[in-house]
Design a binder for this molecule. Structure first.
Ligand SMILES: C[S@@+](CC[C@H](N)C(=O)[O-])C[C@H]1O[C@@H](n2cnc3c(N)ncnc32)[C@H](O)[C@@H]1O
Length: 254
């Protein structure tokens, strides 16, 4: 495939979540930016400041779990990472979302058909094209977070769990496995109770069972619950780095 054909395939890809500057005149604006689902600082123009990514990650490794189109994987490669693995589930069945129940599963299938979304490599097809486009060494792995400790035989200097925890029916089991795979630092970005919720900052752990609002989310945590889950999963130093509406970013260290 030549450069122009690859560009056409990238531009024709039916479902972008992340935004990318392809070249000086071409930008893909993904769903997250179009819908202002994250603060403006979460996107490429503002250097992903929202996440407080380490500036220099030369000769260090990264595991990006649920990294979708890979914006942060590519950014960490740009920041010097020697080894980036981008993980996404392969198919709708592999997602741990509350979409398997009667009704919601049908609704998702209808949506996928209407919009022409891929049923295989559901979240990795875009990243696969961009790996070629950026001549990237990012490696794709199809797996659920729960399977990673068995699938990977090494721990990573940095693990990313961005936009993932609230999609997991068992976030603690997920985090315990993630902890085993973290050598130095974990960055968690998650939905949480908004700051004006009376339970958001109380010094007790609260977690609302969303039971699949929008067919996608299981849980809404308060800050204490997020910090406690990180602590019991094996992280000893926990820092809240950002908060915006009902989302926040934590860095956790072993
Ligand atoms: C809201 S998106 C977040 C994408 C990206 N990390 C970000 O923050 O912009 C949720 C991601 O979680 C992934 N995901 C959902 N269930 C998962 C599971 N059980 N194991 C690993 N990833 C999962 C999806 O494939 C998707 O890439």
């Amino acid at each position: 495939m030549n450069h122009q054909e690859l560009k056409e395939r990238v531009l024709a890809y039916p479902r972008w979540y992340h935004s990318f500057q392809l070249d000086s005149e071409t930008k893909i604006t993904g769903w997250a930016e179009q819908n202002q689902a994250y603060p403006p600082t979460a996107f490429v123009e503002q250097g992903f400041q929202y996440y407080h990514l380490p500036e220099d990650w030369r000769n260090k490794s990264v595991l990006d779990i649920g990294g979708w189109d890979g914006a942060i994987s590519f950014e960490m490669e740009r920041r010097g990472s020697s080894n980036v693995i981008l993980v996404n589930p392969y198919s709708l069945e592999d997602l741990d979302l509350p979409i398997q129940g009667k009704g919601t599963r049908d609704r998702f299938e209808r949506l996928y058909r209407e919009k022409g979304y891929p049923f295989e490599e559901i979240h990795s097809g875009g990243a696969r094209l961009l790996i070629q486009w950026f001549h990237s060494r990012v490696q794709l792995l199809h797996a659920s977070v729960y399977d990673l400790p068995a699938r990977l035989d090494t721990a990573f200097d940095l693990v990313l769990c961005l936009g993932l925890l609230y999609h997991l029916r068992d976030p603690l089991r997920g985090l315990e496995g993630v902890s085993r795979l973290t050598k130095e630092r974990l960055i968690v970005e998650t939905r949480c109770m908004p700051e004006d919720d009376p339970l958001a900052f109380v010094p007790r752990s609260y977690c609302e069972f969303l039971a699949g609002d929008e067919g996608q989310n299981w849980w809404l945590f308060n800050y204490h619950a997020i910090e406690t889950m990180l602590r019991v999963s094996g992280f000893s130093h926990i820092e809240r780095k950002s908060a915006w509406r009902d989302r926040c970013v934590y860095h956790a260290y072993k």
